[in-house]
Design a protein around this ligand. Structure first.
Ligand code: ADQ
Length: 467
């Protein structure tokens, strides 16, 4: 395959971020390394097979980066100014849309200048795709930061097949309608031929809103526009590279790492584990409170049980995230200051990102996995645990408000708002018989291995290109 950047591409992914991180070497030369994450793992093989281009921001403000070839596909950086990062990304994307789409768990903030920046940046991404796409190319736009791109791109290039996938929930009409620019977003999405969601419920929310637009009629997952076009909305539950993760988990390196991790934690009889971006949607406050109360009451014994919680730093310049970080520090500090064991802390809390191998090792030693978001589009952590932890003596505690709950029905299901209910279910997950746990794990592991990331990408693209 050629190493030079092609003028045009027949398959293009457009996402807020590029799939690569910049590494500055000791001698000041620059390298680009694939950044880990579900979206990249999902789409990289597709890009390599199709020979495509990935359009996205490179992560540094006020900097122009030239297109380059990386690992079999072209990378096309889009520049953002410091003010645009503040208004389009931290503002409209993460302080307006993110809370609004997560059922207003935090209060969404509305600012007209943020919306203006969102429109301006969406136009820039659309233009970059229009400039790069071959005649009749397929363009796949990703996520809530770029909801205006489908319509803008269609106006520029009516010859393209345009798909859009929303990784987060699409809210009910009553909440969405608070948005002063609601029609702009709905029309933006209606520029696509196919709009994909994590669950059928999110798809129906969108369709209900779309049908309220003038001149639009619809039935059975589709709407017909007055210009004769048809837009399909459908659920495509995202997944993971289950086989790849299982292989990594079984590698001697990760096995050794897992043994070391368990020893470092003091070889407890039971390890509870949680790993999340530090985001209020992930339900960390309630989870930490529930486990803390179980330690407090003696129902979990800190001499035998350790709760390991990793939180990845996220959106640190957005106010809500700073408050959340302080709250969790405080809660964890309180639990540990009261825990009986001198030898080790009841809660081992790390505010950091870890390499893939270490995370995989942590999944391996987790006897009980705690995934308790207040609301989550899908939640890949639950699926990663099932792929990595092959021991049948394992338990997944899962929020009924994660998209994953629709597929992983055998999990120990919780309502994360119900602290007492969550405590009872965590205890059940710790104490249930190995036979019961084995049956649950078998069913859920089968689901994850049979519905992997390739199936997700193939079903979306086959439908888009067959439309
Ligand atoms: P996220 O909200 O980021 O994704 P999630 O699906 O759980 O949530 O994915 C997080 C990813 O980050 C996982 O692959 C996990 O392994 C990794 N990760 C988390 N903490 C880490 C740490 N400390 N170190 C290393 N890796 C860490 C959004 C939506 C989800 C949807 C995904 C994909 O909010 O609902 O499932 O997109 O569509």
């Amino acid at each position: 395959m050629s190493e030079s950047v092609q003028e045009t591409a027949k398959f293009i992914v457009v996402a807020n971020r590029l799939p690569v991180d910049r590494i500055v070497n000791d001698d000041s030369t620059v390298d680009w390394r694939s950044s880990p994450g579900g979206l990249v793992t999902a789409l990289e093989p597709v890009m390599q097979a199709r020979g495509g281009a990935w359009i996205g921001w490179h992560g540094a403000a006020d900097e122009q980066v030239e297109p380059f070839h990386h690992d079999g596909y072209d990378v096309i950086p889009v520049a953002l100014s410091e003010l645009e990062v503040e208004r389009y990304y931290e503002g409209f994307s993460n302080a307006t849309l993110w809370p609004l789409y997560h059922n207003c768990i935090a209060e969404p903030v509305f600012h007209r200048e943020w919306w203006d920046a969102y429109r301006r940046v969406n136009r820039r991404f659309a233009q970059a795709a229009a400039d790069r796409a071959e005649h009749g190319a397929t363009v796949w736009v990703q996520d809530y930061q770029l909801q205006l791109v489908p319509q803008l791109l269609r106006e520029m290039r009516p010859d393209l097949r345009i798909g859009f996938f929303l990784h987060i929930p699409f809210p009910p009409i009553e909440l969405f309608n608070r948005l002063p620019w609601r029609n702009g977003i709905i029309n933006g999405l209606l520029g696509a031929d196919l709009v994909g969601f994590q669950t059928p419920g999110h798809g129906s929310n969108f369709l209900r809103l779309a049908r309220r637009q003038p001149g639009i009629e619809g039935a059975r997952g589709r709407v017909h526009l007055s210009d004769g076009r048809m837009v399909t909305a459908k659920a495509f539950p995202i997944s993971i590279d289950a086989a790849g993760m299982a292989e990594l988990a079984n590698s001697p390196k990760v096995q050794a790492e897992a043994r070391k991790l368990r020893a470092d934690l003091g070889d407890p009889s039971t390890i509870l584990f949680g790993v999340d971006r530090l985001d209020y949607s992930k339900g960390l406050r309630n989870r930490v409170r529930a486990v803390g109360e179980l330690f407090d009451s003696g129902e979990l014994n800190p001499e035998e049980v350790v709760y390991l919680q990793l939180a990845t730093p996220s959106r640190e310049r957005v106010e809500e995230y700073r408050i959340l970080r302080d709250d969790i520090d405080l809660l964890v500090g309180r639990i540990n200051s009261k825990s009986a064991s001198l030898a080790r802390s009841a809660v081992n809390y790390r505010y950091t990102s870890v390499p893939r191998e270490t995370l995989t090792g942590m999944y391996q030693i987790a006897d009980v996995m705690l995934v308790t978001p207040l609301l989550d589009g899908m939640n890949l952590v639950a699926k990663e645990y099932l792929a990595c932890r092959s021991r049948s003596d394992s338990a997944l505690v899962l929020s009924e408000f994660a998209g994953a709950a629709l597929e992983l029905k055998q999990a120990y299901m919780v309502n994360p708002y119900d602290i007492d209910g969550m405590k009872a279910t965590i205890l059940r997950a710790v104490h249930d018989s190995p036979r019961v746990k084995a049956r649950k794990m078998r069913a859920m592991r089968r689901q994850v291995f049979e519905h992997d990331i390739d199936l997700w990408a193939d079903s979306f693209l086959n439908q888009l290109e067959g439309e």
